[in-house]
Design a protein around this ligand. Structure first.
Ligand code: SF4
Ligand code: SF4
Length: 138
């Protein structure tokens, strides 16, 4: 699964080879989407982590133990009710239960509080009703 997070680096952690250690020690691929880090200063980085859900949890725990702050969502999932036809396909890939539907209406329900922003639902929707809305750059 994928998870998009914002990392806040204290000055003393700026030079750590974060992506390398995530790959070697946790089998996590880290794709840097945005970075704002000056040498010897604190900074922020928006990164997409890919890996097993348990490895992701361990990696995030390790990052926090290194003094990095984590904001777990740099964007939000939006469901366009005008496009959605309540087919329910997206609910089958949602690992957190944020997307659901049930009898009798089978109308799609989206619980943003449960959403991990893993984006797995986006490509499954045949009507392009699901999108990631990015928050402004930190
Ligand atoms: S709603 Fe979409 S982005 Fe959020 S957890 Fe479910 S599959 Fe992932
Ligand atoms: S796959 Fe798309 S159309 Fe189907 S329930 Fe999900 S958001 Fe709605």
């Amino acid at each position: 699964m994928k998870r998009r997070i914002t990392l806040h680096f204290p000055r003393e952690a700026v030079h750590q080879p974060i992506a390398y250690r995530l790959a070697v020690e946790f089998d996590i691929a880290a794709k840097i989407l945005r970075a704002q880090i000056a040498p010897n200063q604190s900074g922020t980085m928006v990164v997409e982590l890919s890996g097993d859900i348990d490895d992701l949890a361990a990696a995030e725990h390790w990052l926090e133990s290194q003094g990095l702050g984590i904001n777990r969502a740099s964007g939000q999932i939006r469901v366009d009710a005008e496009r959605c036809v309540d087919c329910g396909i997206c609910t089958s890939v949602c690992p957190s239960g944020a997307l659901s539907s049930s009898a009798p209406s089978w109308q799609l329900q989206f619980d943003a509080q449960r959403c991990l922003v893993c984006e797995q639902c986006i490509p499954t929707c045949p009507f392009e009703a699901i999108a990631l809305v990015l928050e402004p750059s930190p």
